[in-house]
Design a protein around this ligand. Structure first.
Ligand code: AMP
Ligand code: ZN
Length: 176
């Protein structure tokens, strides 16, 4: 579907590229789900995590280096970010999310948004790297597991608060 190639289109506009190296770029997420939200993408046309093999481990290290760079350039602390991949990505071209843990953003609207970053639907860089090293590929989660994770209660990522709905969670996140 055409919307799945939106990231690739964004890459073609040089004004979107915050950092560029020989092998990868950093862009701002167009619909940021937190105060800071960046995407690190390889220049090589790799569709998603499911196309990765062990030969890509050095590329992943480069993506992670750029994730650290953008956090430093913005003057933020590494600990205030989470860095990883969606277990069920929607957009084409492999992309590493670099997102601040505040999750304060007008673009954060749905339970799906929240749970895709705050359950095991979010695979941290370290976890994915270890999986690829050990198994040689990344496996898709079965649909029933994805549905179960998407339906999880709206638990705050910074305390034990469980919100009844997204407006209440967003109000709560503002107070942290
Ligand atoms: P994922 O669910 O991992 O595939 O995430 C795709 C991400 O790309 C989401 O965080 C979107 O907000 C973001 N996004 C969608 N379209 C664009 C675009 N044209 N340029 C930059 N980011 C985009
Ligand atoms: Zn909280």
């Amino acid at each position: 579907m055409y919307w799945q190639t939106g990231l690739i289109k964004s890459l073609l506009d040089p004004t979107n590229l915050i950092i560029t190296t020989d092998v990868a770029v950093v862009i701002a997420d167009k619909y940021p789900k937190a105060r800071h939200h960046y995407l690190v993408l390889p220049k090589e046309d790799i569709a998603s995590i499911f196309q990765l093999s062990k030969k890509h481990l050095p590329l992943l290290e480069e993506l992670h280096l750029l994730a650290r760079n953008i956090i430093e350039i913005r003057g933020e602390s590494y600990e205030s970010f989470q860095i990883g991949f969606h277990a069920q990505p929607s957009m084409q071209r492999l992309h590493l999310h670099v997102i601040s843990k505040d999750f304060v953003s007008s673009c954060l609207k749905t339970k799906k948004h929240w749970n895709s970053f705050n359950t095991s639907l979010f695979i941290t860089y370290e976890t994915l790297y270890a999986q690829l090293s050990n198994e040689g590929h990344i496996q898709r989660l079965p649909k029933d597991i994805v549905d179960e994770l998407l339906a999880k209660p709206l638990t705050c990522n910074q305390c034990a608060f469980v919100a009844k709905n997204m407006p209440l969670l967003k109000e709560h996140l503002q107070e942290h």
